[in-house]
Design a protein around this ligand. Sequence first.
Ligand code: PRP
Length: 173
Amino acid sequence: MRPGRVLVDEESISVRLAEMGDEITADYAGKDLLLVAVLKGAFMVVADLARHIRLPIDIDFMAVSSYGVATQTSGVVRILKDLDQEIADRHVLIVEDIIDSGLTLDYLRRNLEVRQPASLEIATLLLKRGIQRVPIDVKYVGFEIPPDFVVGYGLDLVGKMRNLPYIAVMEED
Ligand code: PRP
C-alpha cells in the first residue's frame, strides 16, 4: 500500500487548527488548562494546536497501545506512559489525531474521570464519520472524514509516514 489522494492538505489543517485554537482560547480564558496529548499520533496536532491557544496552558502526554491487529482497535487499552502530574480540579482537554472506533477515547475518558478533573473534554483533528462503536462526546472536531485508512500528520502505517505534512488516503499499489 502507498499514500495516495490527499484528503486534507497542509493549508487546510493549518487554517482549521487556528480556528480551533481561537475557540479553545475563548472557552478556557481565566482557567487552568492542561492539554493531554495521546502519543504517538497526536504529537503533531498538539504541537500546532498549542501554538494557536493564547493562554498559559500546560501540556502533558499519555502513551497508550491498543491490543489488536495492526489497523484495528480492539478496545483493550494498555497505558505505556501515564501523565506526569495530578489532574484533580484542573481543566483537562484530551488532544487526539483521530477517532475511529472511539474505544481508545472511551477508555481514556473513563480512566481520567476517576481522577476528578474540574472538566474533561476532547479535541480531535479527525473524526471518522458514523463508525464509532461507543458514543463519544467530542467538543472540538477538525474534520469529519469517511472511514478510509488515512496516514500522515501523526498517523502511521506500521510506524512510518507520521511525518507527512498532510493527511492522505492509503491506496493499493
Ligand atoms: C490511533 C489514534 C487514536 C486511536 C483511535 O492510535 O491515535 O489514539 O488509534 O482509534 P479508535 O478510535 O479506534 O480507538 P494508535 O493505536 O494507532 O497508536 P499511535 O497513536 O501510537 O499510532
